[in-house]
Design a protein around this ligand. Sequence first.
Ligand code: NAD
Length: 488
Amino acid sequence: MEKLKNYINGQWVDSHSDQFMNVVNPATQEVLAQVPFGNGQDVADASAAADEGFQEWRRTPVSKRVQYLFKLKTLLEDNLDDIAKTITLESGKTFLEAKAEMIRAIENVENACGMPAMMQGEFSEDIAKGIDEYMIRQPLGVCACIAPFNFPGMITFWFLPYALACGNSYIIKPSEKVPLTMTKIVGLMHQLDFPKGVLSLVQGGREVVDAILEHPVIKGISFVGSSNVAKYVYSKGAANGKRVQAQGGAKNPVIVLPDADIDMTTQIVIDSVYGCAGQRCLAASTIITVGDHQDITESLVESVKTRKTGFGLDSEVQMGPVITAESKNRVNHLIDKGIQEGGRVIVDGRNVQVPGFEQGNFIAPTIIEDIPLDGELAATEIFGPVLSLVHIDTIDEAIRFINSGRYGNMACVFTSSGLNARKFRHEAEAGNIGINIGVAAPVAQFPFSGWKDSFYGDLHGQGKHAVEFFTQTKVVIERWLKEWNRKF
Ligand code: NAD
C-alpha cells in the first residue's frame, strides 16, 4: 500500500508523523493509499524551505515567474484525463465533473499569467513641488492553502497561481480525504523546476492546520471548508497576525417565479442540486416556488427519476456517491429529520442499490417537499443529493426567507421578468447571484464571493482580489536634492 509523502524543498520526504489514515474510493471502499496525519515538524520543515525559496522567487521578475505558469497550463492540459481519473477515484464524482473542475483550475492559471500587468503599481508625479509618490506591490512571503474534499484539484487553484505569480512561496495542505489529486499535480509541477522551496505540500489534518495557523513564517492563509472551521481558522490566523481569507459552508436557495420557463428551469435546477452528488458549495439546496407550483413540481420529479447514480468512471452515470459512509449516514439522518418536521419525501433515493458497487456510499436523487421554513432541515447544509422543495406566495416572502439564513454563498432566481430579476439581485443577501443560472460559479477573473457565514475575511479568491490578497502595497514618497534647489 502506497504511503503518501510530503513535498518539501523540491523533494518527496516522509512525514514526521507515524499516524496514517486510509484514502478510500467512495464507490467501492477500496483503500487507494495511506495519508500521513502530519504534524508541526512537517509544517516547520516546509516553512523553513518556503522561506528560503521565497528569497530567490521574489527577486525573479514577474515576467519570468509567469513562464512557469504557461508551462503549468500545458502540463495540466496534457494530463487532464489522468488527473480527472484520480479525482473520480478518490472523491466519487463523475469523470466529466472531474474534468470540468480541472478546466476551471486551468482557467485560473491562465488568468494569473496576466500578472505582469495585474500587479503593476501606481505613480503620481509632483504630488507637491518636486515630490513624486508611487505605490508598488510586493509579495507577502510564505502563504498556505487549506483545502476541502469536494474539489480535490480546483480549489487550490483559486489561490496558488496568483500566489506564485505575485512572488510568494506556497504550501498546500490538501484534504486528508482526497490527497491523491494534489499529490499527483505537485508531482507534475516538480518537472517545472521551480526554485527549491517555492512549492510545498504537507499532508495531514487538524494538527497541520494548527501548525500553519501558528507558524510565524507563514503570512497568508487561504482556507476553504465548513463554516465552523472557517471561522476558527480566520480568528486564530488573524489573532496570530496573518492575512486570512476563509470560505465557509453554504445553503443555497433558488427561487422559481411563476413566469420561469419550466423546461429550462428544471434542467438547470436538477444539474445544480445533484451535480457532484450535491457536494458543492454552490449546489442548489432549497428550491422555493412562488405562486402556482404544480407544473414545476411534476417536471422536477419526472426529471429526477431518470438520473443515473453509480460509479463515476461509468460513462452512463450522472451522479456518484457521497464522500464517506459517515457522510451518507448524516444525509440520511437529515432526511429523517425533515420527515419528523413534517416534510414529505416525494422522490426517495435512500435505498438505492448500484449493481457491482454494493459497498458504495450511494444516495440517489431525493426530493423532500413542504419542510417547515423555520425547521432544522431548512437551515442546515446537507451536502448531499437532496432537494428541499418549499412553496411560498410572494417573492418578498421568498427573499425574506433567504435573507434570514446563516449562509450567503449563492442565491438564484428563475424568471422571465427583468423587474423581478433586478429586485432579487438587489435584495438577496448572497455573494454570488444567479439569474436563470443554477450554479453561479464566478469565472477566474471575478472574485469567488460569499457573504455572512459563507466567508470570513475581506478579499476573496480569484481575479483582482487574489492580487490584492497576495501582495502588500508599499508607498514611496520621493524627493531629490536638485529638485529641492530648483527655482520654480
Ligand atoms: P472541513 O471544514 O471538514 O475541512 C476543510 C479543511 O479543514 C480540511 O483540509 C481539513 O483537514 C481541515 N479541518 C477539518 N476540521 C478541522 C478542525 N477542526 N480544525 C482545523 N482544521 C480542520 O470541510 P470539508 O468537509 O472538507 O468540505 C466541505 C465543506 O466545505 C462544506 O461545508 C462546503 O460548503 C465547504 N466548501 C465551501 C466552498 C466555498 O467556496 N465557500 C467551496 C468548497 C467547499
